[in-house]
Unconditional design. Structure first.
Length: 60
């Protein structure tokens, strides 16, 4: 029996590690390059800015 690997995601705005299934967190593809953007609930609530590490796209 093999253990399932749990991927820890990091909020792109505040760099906080997000536990799996955190309520209000989201991930979506960058609208420019398609790289994954991960945001925690608090950064989403306060509309903190983020910057795609792959292409530099910035969003609210």
């Amino acid at each position: 029996m093999s253990a399932a690997k749990i991927e820890t995601k990091i909020c792109i705005s505040c760099n906080r590690a997000l536990p799996p299934g955190e309520t209000g967190a989201t991930s979506f593809p960058c609208p420019i390059c398609g790289a994954e953007i991960v945001r925690c609930a608090k950064c989403r609530q306060f509309a903190n800015r983020y910057k795609c590490v792959a292409c530099g796209f910035e969003g609210p």
